[in-house]
Design a protein around this ligand. Structure first.
Ligand code: BTN
Length: 270
């Protein structure tokens, strides 16, 4: 189903050349093996397949063309060959993997902030990265037994014309937000380095040590929002996250904790 290549020979192929990326990654555990797929349905799928076959923890799958990217709730993830950065990493955590979506979100958001001091990213709980109200990245963690695949898609160098009509008002790329293009290989290496640092601390101390950092970036914190869960909607003020990374929403003096759900800003009726 996929075509793999060490060097795809295209400009994206050079930018995301595995040897180049491995050279730029200073992390010791993650990214020691990088596989560039010229074309693949989903990097999460291929990473899961490789993990089941015994591929080591930290193996990275990057795609030039991902034609059936998986999103949350069975949605499809749109990406472009010229502009997107899509990759997945194999993990085998000892602890419950629930927090890994948040951890990758934090690593990617902090890395983007570092590359673009003028931009401020937010984390839309539980798995999106936003810039000024529009989505720039999404994360999907999938578990199969002891294997956990964490995949992220980031709109890096897309222009407005690259997005399909239905995404034009909700999606943004780093290029649109900042006015400048970015080397996707460099961004990838920097995210992997940061993610390894966070992951190593998380293994020793859990997610609670990142609570402050997550809350600092939490989209709509202190604002009125609604959360859609399997049991219906709940509205209130987004107050933060728990030490496990669950969402806290306060309403009428009562605080409720959500482990899953779709959050949206509540527009006040006039
Ligand atoms: C979402 O916002 O619903 C999550 C999107 C996750 C997309 C990434 S792209 C790389 C990796 N491979 C996939 O098939 N999905 C994730």
């Amino acid at each position: 189903m996929e075509k793999r290549s060490a060097a795809a020979g295209l400009s994206g192929g050079i930018e995301l050349h595995p040897a180049r990326i491995m050279n730029m990654i200073s992390a010791a555990r993650f990214g020691t093996t990088v596989i560039l797929c010229e074309e693949v349905d989903s990097t999460n799928r291929i990473a899961a397949e490789a993990a089941a076959g015994g591929a080591p923890e930290g193996t990275l799958f990057v795609a030039l063309r991902q034609y059936s990217g998986r999103g949350r709730k069975g949605r499809e993830w749109f990406s472009t060959e010229a502009g997107s950065l899509v990759f997945s990493i194999i993990l085998r955590p000892q602890e419950t993997p629930e927090s890994l979506t948040t951890l990758m979100g934090l690593a990617a958001a902090q890395t983007i902030d570092e590359f673009y001091p003028g931009i401020e990213t937010s984390i839309k709980w539980p798995n999106d990265i936003f810039i000024s109200g529009t989505k720039v990245a999404g994360i999907l963690a999938e578990s199969r037994g002891k294997d956990v695949i964490v995949g992220i898609g980031i709109d890096v160098n897309e222009t407005e014309d690259d997005f399909p009509v239905e995404l034009k008002s909700t999606a943004v790329s780093l290029r649109i937000a900042s006015g400048s293009k970015l080397d996707r290989g460099m961004l990838l290496a920097a995210i992997v380095d940061r993610f390894e640092i966070l992951y190593t601390r998380w293994e020793m101390e859990g997610l609670s040590i990142f609570r402050f950092d997550i809350e600092k970036k939490l989209l709509w914190k202190g604002m009125e929002a609604s959360i859609e869960t399997g049991d219906g909607d709940f509205s209130g003020t987004v107050s933060g996250v728990t030490s496990e990374g669950y969402l806290r929403i306060r309403s009428n003096g009562e605080e409720r904790i959500f482990r899953a759900g779709d959050l949206s800003l509540r527009v006040e009726e006039r």
